[in-house]
Design a protein around this ligand. Sequence first.
Ligand SMILES: O=C(O)[C@H](O)[C@@H](O)[C@H](O)[C@H](O)COP(=O)(O)O
Length: 255
Amino acid sequence: MTPAAPVLYSFPSTGDLSNSLADFILKAQREALEKRGKFTIAISGGSLPKTLTALIDKPGIKWNKWQVFYADERVVPLDDPDSNHKLAHDTLYSHVPLPASHIHTIDLSLADDLEELADAYEKELIREFAQKDSARFPIFDLVLLGTGPDGHTASLFPGHALLSEEDRWVAYIDDSPKPPPKRITLTYPVINHAARVVFVATGDGKKEVLKSILDTPEAGLPAARVRPAHPGQLFWFVDDAASSEVAYAKTAFKV
Ligand SMILES: O=C(O)[C@H](O)[C@@H](O)[C@H](O)[C@H](O)COP(=O)(O)O
């Protein structure tokens, strides 16, 4: 199936972006609950969690129906300042009634063996999606990603062998150019099977990379290789500072 063209929304401020993203997520949650009674989401680290704070106190969010995974996670203790889980916990979970058993963290007892740790996280996904035999990859309702100035996304970095992973759901990396070096990440096949993938990028510092990803995707930066097509849809939620150089057509946001 040919991937649909990405939809680009650009907002004057991060506050506007955050409010619209919350509306978008509410709609995605409603559709998922109607179909399957649960909402499966994967969250990244970096600046992403703070763009989710408009969800706190938002009427209609059914936190007890969410199942939350990490698009990528750093292999550090869950209370380490580098942990994506800690970041999401401090920014979001600690303010909302999301049951702890619905937050799928990595198993740090396996931290000495990254392959085992990644396998264990893959098994956690298999338990949730219970479909490794019937469908080749899980179908997340929503995957939330960021991108770095080098075009990486999740822990898929330019030129890294992991970019060619076609089989595993969860892979590990022990030489991440962005510290800390040890991480796990969802792979392209998983990201590209999601019903919706949303990139969030804000600030002046992202304008060049955004231009490359959206205007010259054939340059093949890791974020440009996210093309859900089964039959998912890709959305970009950015602010006007980040999209200032982008020629790619913007769409007016409406839920
Ligand atoms: O754990 C991580 O390092 C992230 O998941 C990573 O992929 C992040 O999303 C991008 O680096 C963008 O980060 P910023 O939003 O902070 O620029």
